[in-house]
Design a protein around this ligand. Structure first.
Ligand code: FES
Length: 102
């Protein structure tokens, strides 16, 4: 596991929002929870909708397609219909870069 640059620090989402980043075909939704950045696999484990197009409610990412909900800190399913947890990733700002541990 190593931190890799997926975007610019200036493109990090503002507090309470999500943004999508991609590296080598892997899409990560980055959430800003209280100023802290957290990554979760962008493809919802229910029907592959983009979680970065959903809503962030505290630590909960709510999928825009069928309102399935994940905890962005753990990847655990908080509300169905998804049954499979999502992968989560550490995120950091390093200089001008936004990096995800992959
Ligand atoms: S695709 Fe996300 S809840 Fe269905």
């Amino acid at each position: 596991m190593a931190f890799v640059t997926v975007g610019k620090a200036e493109d990090a989402p503002p507090e309470g929002e999500l943004a999508r980043f991609e590296l080598n075909g892997t899409a990560i939704a980055v959430a800003n929870v209280g100023g802290g950045l957290h990554g979760i696999a962008d493809a919802c484990t229910h029907a592959q909708c983009s979680l970065s197009e959903g809503d962030l409610d505290g630590t909960h990412v709510v999928c825009a397609c069928h309102v399935g909900t994940f905890d962005v800190l753990t990847g655990e399913v908080v509300a169905a219909p998804p049954r499979t947890p999502a992968s989560v990733y550490a995120v950091r700002i390093e200089g001008d870069d936004l990096q995800v541990e992959m």
